[in-house]
Design a protein around this ligand. Structure first.
Ligand SMILES: [Zn+2]
Length: 421
C-alpha cells in the first residue's frame, strides 16, 4: 500500500487543484520533524556546553599562572620590606650618632668659648700682672705659649668632631638613598601585584559567567532531551496504532474479497458476465466490479491486475485519508503501458511521487504514473495505447514495488477505474 497521511499531504501540496475540504495533521511526521529539530538543537547545546567547559578550563589555567606570579611577587615584596626595615634601623642608629656628635660639638664649642672669654678677661685685667709677676722673659713666653696651645687643642677637638659628623651625615644620606630606591622598587612590585589581582578577579568573573551560561544550556538540554523522549514514545505508539489499523484493514479487505469471489462464482453459473469483467473480478476483487469504466483508457500494467489500494477516502485509526489514484502491485521492473495514445509531457522525480511520468492524451485526459524505477519513453515523445513507457519501482513515498496510477481531468484527480476498459 505505502500510503499514509504524509503522502497524502505531499500530494495535496503538489496537486494543481486545492482540496480545502480535507485537512488534517500528520502527527507522526510532525512529531518526527520536531524530534529531529530537537536533536539538532540538543547537539548545538552540547557543543556550546563543551566549548564553555574548555573556556572555563583555559581561564582556570590562567588563574593558576597568575597565582604563581602573585606568590613569587609577594615573596620579592616581603624580602624588600625586610631590607627596608633593616635600613630604617640603620638610619635610626646613624641619626642617634649624629645627634650625639652634635651635642658633643655644642658642648666643646661652649667650653672653648668660656675658656677663651676667661683668658681674655685675665689678659685684660692681669696682663701687667703676668708681665710683672713673671720672673723673666722666658717665663712670660712660656705662659703665652701655653695659652696658645690650649686654644689650638680646643679647636682641633671641635674640628675632629665636625669631621666625624660629616662622615656620619654622608653615611646617613647614603642609607636614605638606598631606602628610597628600595621603596621605589617595592612600589613597582606593589603596582604589578595589584594588576595581577585585578586580572585574576576579571578571570574569575569570566569563569562564573561561563558556568552560568553552562547551567542555562544544561537546563535547556535536559528539557529538550525530555521532549525527545516523549516524542519517541508517542511516535512508537502512533506507529503501533497505524500497524494495528493496517492489519484490521487487510482483514476486512480479505473478507470483502472472499465475499466477492463467492458472488462471482454464483453469477458465473448464469453466464451473463463478459470475459473482461470476470478477468477483473478474479484479480481485483469486488472493488473493480463496481468500477467498470467507460473504456476510454487501457490498463496500465498489462501483467498485473493486483490492486492494493483504491481511489478515494479511507479511514486509518479514525483519521480520514484521501488516495488520489489506484495502486497496482507487481515486481520491480514490470512494464508500464501508456493508458491511451498521447504525448509524454513530464518525467522527473517529484517529491513523494518518486519518479513520475505524465502523458497528455488526445481525449484531454492526463494520466500519471508514479514510483517508477526507470523511464522508457521521454518527454515530447508520441506514444500509442499499450506502448511500454516506463518500468515499475518503489521511488518516492512507497514501501514496495507498485504503480500509483492517476487520471486527471482538467487537472483534477478522479477515479481512474471510471475510464478503464
Ligand atoms: Zn497510490
Amino acid at each position: 500500500m505505502g500510503h499514509n497521511k504524509k503522502r497524502f499531504l505531499a500530494m495535496l501540496l503538489l496537486s494543481s487543484i486545492s482540496l480545502t475540504t480535507v485537512s488534517f495533521a500528520d502527527s507522526i511526521t510532525e512529531m518526527e520533524n520536531k524530534k529531529n529539530s530537537n536533536l539538532k538543537s540538543a547537539d548545538e547545546l552540547k557543543n556550546s556546553i563543551n566549548s564553555l567547559e574548555q573556556e572555563k578550563n583555559s581561564l582556570a589555567g590562567d588563574v593558576a599562572v597568575i597565582d604563581q606570579e602573585i606568590s613569587a611577587l609577594e615573596a620579592q615584596i616581603s624580602e624588600l620590606m625586610k631590607q627596608i626595615s633593616a635600613l630604617e634601623i640603620a638610619i635610626q642608629e646613624t641619626e642617634e650618632e649624629i645627634k650625639k656628635l652634635e651635642e658633643n660639638i655644642d658642648k666643646n664649642q661652649k667650653e672653648f668659648e668660656e675658656r677663651l672669654g676667661a683668658m681674655y678677661k685675665n689678659s685684660q685685667v692681669g696682663y701687667l700682672d703676668i708681665v710683672f709677676s713673671s720672673s723673666g722673659i722666658d717665663d712670660l713666653l712660656s705662659k703665652a705659649s701655653t695659652m696658645k696651645f690650649i686654644t689650638e687643642y680646643d679647636k682641633e677637638i671641635i674640628n675632629n668632631l665636625k669631621n666625624d659628623k660629616l662622615v656620619i651625615d654622608a653615611k646617613k644620606s647614603e642609607l636614605d638613598g638606598q631606602k628610597l630606591s628600595l621603596e621605589i622598587s617595592k612600589q613597582t612590585l606593589d603596582n604589578k601585584n595589584a594588576e595581577l589581582y585585578a586580572s585574576k578577579a576579571n578571570k574569575l568573573v569570566l569563569i562564573e559567567e561561563a558556568a552560568n551560561k553552562q547551567s542555562i544550556s544544561q537546563a535547556e538540554l535536559e528539557q529538550l532531551e525530555s521532549e525527545i523522549y516523549t516524542l519517541e514514545k508517542n511516535i512508537s505508539s502512533e506507529k503501533a496504532a497505524q500497524a494495528e489499523a493496517a492489519r484490521k484493514a487487510r482483514e476486512q479487505a480479505a473478507q470483502a474479497k472472499a465475499t466477492a469471489q463467492a458472488q462471482a462464482k454464483a453469477s458465473s453459473s448464469n453466464k451473463q458476465v463478459t470475459s473482461t469483467v470476470s478477468t477483473k473480478s478474479s484479480v481485483g476483487a469486488g472493488e473493480i466490479s463496481t468500477n467498470v469504466g467507460n473504456g476510454t483508457l487501457g490498463w496500465p500494467v498489462p501483467s498485473s491486475r493486483n490492486i492494493t489500494s483504491n481511489y478515494g477516502y479511507r479511514t486509518l485509526f479514525g483519521v480520514p485519508e484521501f488516495h488520489m489514484g489506484v495502486d497496482i502491485a507487481a515486481p520491480l521492473g514490470t512494464a508500464i503501458a501508456s493508458a491511451d495514445s498521447g504525448t509524454v509531457i513530464y518525467s522527473a522525480y517529484t517529491g513523494s511521487y518518486g519518479n513520475l511520468m505524465k502523458v497528455q492524451h488526445d481525449s484531454g485526459l492526463v494520466t500519471y504514473y508514479a514510483h517508477l524505477s526507470s523511464y522508457v519513453a521521454s518527454v515530447g515523445e508520441r506514444v500509442s495505447k499499450g506502448q511500454t513507457i516506463a518500468r515499475m519501482g518503489s521511488t518516492g513515498n512507497s514501501t514496495g514495488s507498485h504503480l500509483h496510477f492517476e487520471v486527471r481531468v482538467n487537472g483534477a484527480h478522479t477515479n481512474p477505474l471510471n475510464y478503464i476498459q
